[in-house]
Design a binder for this molecule. Sequence first.
Ligand code: NAP
Length: 244
Amino acid sequence: MEDKKNALVTGGSKGIGRAISVDLAQAGYHVMINYHSDDKAANLTKELIETQGGSASLLKFDVANPTEVDKNLLPLFEEKKQSIEVLVNNAGIIRDNSIVWMSKENWSDVISTNLDAFFYVTKIISKRMVKQRYGRIISIASTSGQAGMRGQVNYSASKGGIIAATKSLAIELASRKITANVVAPGFIGTEMVAHVDQEKVLPHIPMKRIGSPEEVAAVVGFLASSKSSYITGQVIAVNGGMYM
Ligand code: NAP
């Protein structure tokens, strides 16, 4: 494990994050799996990686809480001098509602978890990457950050914010051989969208199917690799043609 390169995946315990964690472990990274509350799912992901011969560790903390982020990440990179080659900002939540009914909590919970957390985590990790003169930062946005979606004013703001912030981040870090890119999934079969009526969604997807977490992870894996060395500040959609 000491010689392995490290990847941190926020919200890496289930859904898209689990597929990304497994993919990066298969590519040879030691994967630090962050999650918030579901210990069972996190342990399952760690076991899945270890069964395949990979290595992973669990980091349980709330990415929306800057004190917890500092407490969990600073010692890794400042005291233990651990390298960090790949950061995937994946943790996210939805609290959908029409703006007329949307509470202030619905707004601020989504902005805190999806956008403020991007700042808290990326600030710490990019400082480490600048010292290393290498890094790959991949953030998971959404079609909702690119096009309007009913009931998602809060979520669209958070994901659109990630897209805009990544472009500035990419410019700031480019000279240090650090790339920053966004992957924007459409409808992907995870817990997050389990409540969505597929009959209503499928007519809007040219491929007429929901995507899989692995289809998102494959793009993240490419952006995390050295093969993506001349790509930065980009948004790559994985959406079956739903938005072009
Ligand atoms: P999911 O299955 O609900 O998983 C969410 C993950 O994020 C879990 O590991 C969860 O951990 C973690 N998480 C949530 N809040 C957290 C917090 N405050 N601190 C730390 N970890 C937290 O979601 P998903 O569908 O895989 O979505 C992953 C990402 O893709 C999100 O950013 C989402 O917005 C984006 N996305 C998803 C879709 C889709 O169709 N599924 C489409 C576009 C974009 P716990 O379970 O322990 O709380």
